[in-house]
Ligand binder design. Structure first.
Ligand code: 1CP
Length: 358
């Protein structure tokens, strides 16, 4: 593995001193970039793009060619695991993901097994290619959905407001749901560890739908399984610590519990300020976030002001990875992302003064 030229992101994730606050953007490779849309068209479909390592590598690197980002994230999708479990994933233009064989009956769940990782080898091949091309420029992040978030799509068959079939299963067949979540926790852990072995230097767990639960259910159906995953992850690899980021959209109520889940970094959405989040979690974990993605549609002066506001809210010292509070939306003008990334680097120096222990 190449020596890293820029390890600001890994250092901040582990709360080690840095010279500037690192920044990357959730969904940084995606539809707001014209070059992404071109490559996707060339691939013919979203799934073909994910499953062709050369193309996945190309789109992973596209945002790094435009912006001074401090990390890359492998281009893939959280729903590749259910696809490898035989549910048959397709993306309908304008509608989002859909499974050809959703989990409609109890027997569909009882039949499931942890997938053979050879069905996901295209992800590991893409990681190796990206690492070759990056040549140590910045670290590469691998990722997965949380067991709960994957179960949401698998039971529902697609994205649907409120996920009614999933919540019905939670009420009427909790034991069956637990058996699904148990298999998914094993699958998620195996897939993240295989990504680490293929070369990613950090991993992120997306619990996009954890926030729809009430507290007791969140702990029982989402956080419990995330803890199973973090307990089994390769936390050291190639003589380096591998930081784990956990992002629960709508999860600011549970920051204290999330801080004890075994993760190193908590992804924070824009429901609360970083100042409040930092006070609540103390020094045990780093924070990632939390600019409202809608801000990137505003004029450059507003973007700079908001970047300054988020940095000031976290305050002095390491332990902050700048990001949005959720994914970038397709309507963002690409130039606005440059304004944001450059502003974070420019304004954040003042928060990292050597010898200033905070
Ligand atoms: O048409 C297209 O080109 C598809 C758009 C797209 C993209 C660019 C999808 C479909 N997935 C992706 C890539 C992707 N997905 C990445 C790539 C790396 C990067 O960040 O640059 C990542 C990390 C994801 C993760 C993902 N997929 C999540 C968790 C993050 C989040 O935003 O909450 C979720 C929920 C998905 C499912 C999914 N895949 C795609 C869509 C449109 C969705 C969301 C469906 C919904 O609205 O429920």
């Amino acid at each position: 593995m190449n020596q890293l030229q820029n390890d600001r992101f890994l250092k901040a994730a582990l709360r080690e001193p840095v010279d500037r606050t690192p920044v990357w953007i959730m969904r940084q490779a995606g539809r707001y970039l014209p070059e992404y849309r071109k490559t996707r068209e060339r691939a013919g479909s979203f799934m073909r793009l994910c499953k062709t390592p050369e193309l996945a590598c190309e789109v992973t690197l596209q945002p790094l060619q435009r912006y001074a980002l401090d990390a890359a994230i492998i281009f893939s999708d959280i729903l590749t695991i259910p696809d490898a479990m035989g549910l048959g994933l397709e993306f309908v233009e304008g509608e989002g993901p859909r499974f050809l064989h959703p989990l409609s009956h109890e027997k569909d769940i009882l039949r499931l097994a942890v997938p053979d990782l050879s069905g996901l080898s295209y992800v590991y091949d893409a990681i190796r290619l990206v690492q070759h091309e990056l040549a140590g420029k910045v670290p590469l992040i691998g990722f997965c959905g949380s067991p709960w978030t994957l179960a949401a799509y698998m039971v529902e068959g697609q994205s649907r407001t409120g996920f009614p079939r999933l919540l019905k299963m939670l009420e009427e067949a909790p034991i069956l749901l637990h058996s699904l979540l148990d298999i998914l926790a094993q699958a998620v852990c195996a897939h993240l560890n295989a990504q680490i072995q293929a070369g990613v230097q950090a991993v992120m767990i997306f619990d996009t739908w954890g926030g729809m639960l009430e507290t007791g259910n969140y702990e029982e159906f989402s956080l419990y399984y995330v803890k199973q995953v973090t307990a089994e992850l390769l936390r050291h690899y190639n003589n380096r610590k591998v930081p784990v980021i956990l992002f629960t959209k709508g999860g600011s109520r549970w920051l204290e519990q999330i801080a004890r889940s075994g993760c190193d970094v908590i992804g924070v959405d824009w429901e609360i300020s970083l100042n409040e989040a930092r006070l609540r979690v103390g020094n045990g974990v780093a924070l990632q976030g939390n600019l409202n993605p809608a801000c990137l549609r505003e004029p450059p002066e507003v973007i700079r002001e908001e970047a300054a506001r988020v940095l000031a809210s976290y305050g002095r010292g390491s332990g902050h990875v700048f990001n949005l509070g959720h994914g970038i939306t397709p309507d963002v003008p690409p130039d606005h992302v440059k304004v944001l990334v450059d502003a974070v680097h420019e304004f954040s120096r003042a928060y990292h003064v050597p010898g200033d222990s905070q």
